[in-house]
Design a protein around this ligand. Sequence first.
Ligand SMILES: Nc1ncnc2c1ncn2[C@@H]1O[C@H](COP(=O)(O)OP(=O)(O)O)[C@@H](O)[C@H]1O
Ligand SMILES: [Mg+2]
Length: 368
Amino acid sequence: MSDVSDDGVHLDPEDWGDELKPGTDLFHAQYSIDRHLKSGGFGITYLARDSLNRQVVIKECFPEGMCVRPNRVVRPRSRTYGAGVATLIQKFIGEAQSLARIDHPNVVRVHQVFEDNDTAYMVLDFIDGRELGEEIVENPLSPAEVRSALLQLLDAVAVIHDAGLLHRDISPDNIMLDADRRPVLIDFGAARDQERPANRPASTVHVVKDGYSPQELYLQGGDQGPWSDLYALAATFHHLITGEAPPNSQMRLAALAMGSPDPYLPLAGRVDGYAPAFLAAIDKALSVMAHARIQTARDWTAMITGVPAPAPRPVSQPLSEQQPQRQLSQPMPSETARPNSPLQLSPTRAAAAVATVLALGAVILAGV
Ligand SMILES: Nc1ncnc2c1ncn2[C@@H]1O[C@H](COP(=O)(O)OP(=O)(O)O)[C@@H](O)[C@H]1O
Ligand SMILES: [Mg+2]
């Protein structure tokens, strides 16, 4: 038996990877898979239909590397992974429940989470559009569209942070541009990383994206907070404006730790078509050291619009047990430190920077 893809290509089911085949029913036939969209490290994304024949997107919890699919069901690759897979399934369900608390036009809406095939699934609004990263290759955004998209996403990120959540994986491929060119944030999967390192299954991939992730996301126990999402958002907009991501934050940290200049080239004064303050705010959000960045999405919005930021809404839940959330509008204790100066590294940050330099050295040596 063979099936035919949208492109008319004959597909032999034997050749397929781990994904469910088109026509597979889920959750007592409430949903039917149309086609596979993408496989990531933690999950598989499908286009599907609900029982009313509406198009939806379904994400399946499938931690690649820890799981196999002998038939429809998902099984840990070996007994060693049993507990890890069970934990990830529970985290996936928690991620859907967290996302369900967010009601914002620029955040993908989650309809349902359910268990089937010994794993979990979440059902999302289908966004009729393209990933921002793909779209800008053919149709770059005008400066006015860039400004509007950033203000919309900052409002979305403010609401996410008010709810005590961090996205942790903001990047051009986790923002869809819908048919009206409205940006919509997707893929809250990295929220699972809030787990304590000791409880994290050994093979769980630490979610980092070179160029977009701030340096603290590379470090276990790094100082993660709203400023971390703002770095990734700024890196995304750096890409929209210049066509490429800024230099890898670990390389930037290593340069600072060695007393070398930051390889990042500020946008302010270098790019036409934007207000200098707009570009300067992106540069500030992209500071290597967390304390030198813009601390809240609302502060960033205020820097763009010139209208003072309103008081933050009450926080409904801490970011995690490890990271009690700061008063979002208050400066951090070390806020007066000068941005990007190697002399400003606190002992723990300096140690982390040195560790990064050593690790980078080891990587370079290993590659020789
Ligand atoms: N709600 C959605 N509507 C339309 N396409 C989506 C939606 N969610 C995800 N996709 C597509 O599937 C891809 C993978 O989904 P994503 O949630 O980013 O998972 P991954 O963890 O694999 O990156 C996205 O980059 C996007 O192209
Ligand atoms: Mg993604």
